[in-house]
Design a binder for this molecule. Structure first.
Ligand code: CP
Length: 306
C-alpha cells in the first residue's frame, strides 16, 4: 500500500507517469468516468480549504466514485479528543483512500502508520503539500513544456509556505534550475530547506528582498500569500502582509513568456488586474489540481484504463 506524505515519496519517473496520465485525462475525460465506480474517497480536513478539498471531491466524482468526510475539526470527534490514529482506523472501514489536511506538521505521517487504506497528505501545517506540488509541476510542464532549464522565483512567505517547501524539494531533482528566493528577511525559507535541499545537493540559490531587481530574469514566478494563521504575532503579520504586490506596472519588466503561478488563496499579493494577462496561470493551475488528483487517486488505488 502506498501513501503520499512527502513530495519525495514519488520518484521522478512516477511523477512523470502521473503528469502523463493527467494530460491523458484532460484530453479524454469520458474514458475515465467510471474507473472508480464503487470506490470511496474520505476527505478529513482539520483545517480550512477550498481548492484542495473540493478538487479532491470533484476528482473522485469525475472518476465515477463517491466521497464522504468533514471540512473542519469542529464537526468531527477530534473535538472529543479522538486521535488521528483512531480516526483513520475507523474511516478506513468506510473509505478506500483518505485525503487528510491537518494544522500539525507530521499528522498525516502519523495517520499513515495505522491506516488500513492509502493516506494522502493534503497539507500539514507549514511543512508540505505534495498534491499542490503535483499541481504545480503539471502546470509548469503544460505552460513551459519542460520541468528543468529555467529560472524560478519564489516570492512572499517562504518561511511558512508549505507549497514552497514542497515544490523546491520536488524541483531539486530536475536539471539546471536557478532559484531566486524573494522574501523579507523574517520570511526566508527555513534552515532545513536550505541545508537538506540546496546545500546538500550543491544547488545554487540566491536570496533577495526586492522583486523589481530580479523579475526580468524569471521564467516562472511563484507568488505566495503571507500565512496569517501561522504567525505568533498579529503585528508582525500586518507589517509584512503587503510587502509584495504584483501589478501590471511590475510586469512591464518581466519576460513575455513568464508564467505566474500562485497556489491560492490570494489576498493582496497579485492585483486582480493581472488576471487578464496571459502570463497569469493561477486559475489554470487550480483546474490542473483536479486532474492531477484524479491521476493520483487512480495510482494509489492501483486502477488503470486500457
Ligand atoms: N492551494 C490550496 O491548498 O488551497 P486551499 O487551502 O483552498 O485548499
Amino acid at each position: 500500500m502506498r501513501h503520499l506524505i512527502d513530495p519525495m515519496d514519488l520518484s521522478v519517473q512516477e511523477i512523470q507517469e502521473m503528469l502523463d496520465l493527467s494530460n491523458d485525462i484532460i484530453a479524454n475525460k469520458d474514458k475515465y468516468s467510471e474507473v472508480c465506480k464503487g470506490k470511496k474517497l474520505a476527505t478529513l480536513f482539520f483545517e480550512p480549504s477550498t481548492r484542495t478539498r473540493l478538487s479532491f471531491e470533484a476528482a473522485m466524482m469525475e472518476l465515477g466514485g463517491n466521497v464522504l468526510g468533514f471540512s473542519s475539526a469542529d464537526s468531527s470527534s477530534a473535538t472529543k479528543g479522538e486521535s488521528v490514529h483512531d480516526t483513520v482506523q475507523v474511516v478506513g472501514c468506510y473509505a478506500d483512500v483518505i485525503a487528510m489536511r491537518h494544522p500539525k506538521e507530521g499528522a498525516p505521517l502519523l495517520a499513515s502508520l495505522k491506516s488500513p487504506v492509502p493516506i494522502i497528505n493534503a497539507g500539514d501545517g507549514g511543512h508540505y503539500h505534495p498534491t499542490q506540488t503535483l499541481t504545480d509541476l503539471l502546470t509548469i510542464q503544460r505552460e513551459k513544456g519542460r520541468l528543468g532549464n529555467m529560472t524560478i522565483g519564489f516570492c512572499g512567505d517562504l518561511k511558512f509556505g508549505r507549497t514552497v517547501h514542497s515544490l523546491i524539494k520536488a524541483l531539486s531533482r530536475y536539471e539546471n534550475i536557478r532559484y531566486i528566493l524573494i522574501s523579507p528577511k523574517e520570511l526566508q525559507v527555513p534552515d532545513y530547506i536550505r541545508t537538506e535541499v540546496f546545500e546538500n545537493n550543491n544547488i545554487p540559490y540566491q536570496q533577495v528582498e526586492s522583486m523589481d531587481e530580479v523579475i526580468g530574469e524569471l521564467d516562472v514566478l511563484y507568488m505566495t500569500r503571507v500565512q496569517r494563521e501561522r504567525f505568533f504575532n498579529e503585528a508582525d503579520y500586518i507589517r509584512l502582509k503587503d510587502t509584495y504586490i504584483l501589478d501590471t506596472k511590475k510586469l512591464k519588466n518581466a519576460k513575455e513568456d513568464l508564467s505566474i503561478l500562485h497556489p491560492l488563496p490570494r489576498v493582496n499579493e497579485i492585483s486582480t488586474k493581472v488576471d487578464d494577462d496571459p502570463r497569469a496561470c493561477y486559475f489554470r493551475q487550480a483546474l490542473n489540481g483536479k486532474y492531477v488528483r484524479m491521476a493520483l487517486i487512480m495510482k494509489l488505488l492501483g486502477l488503470e484504463v486500457e
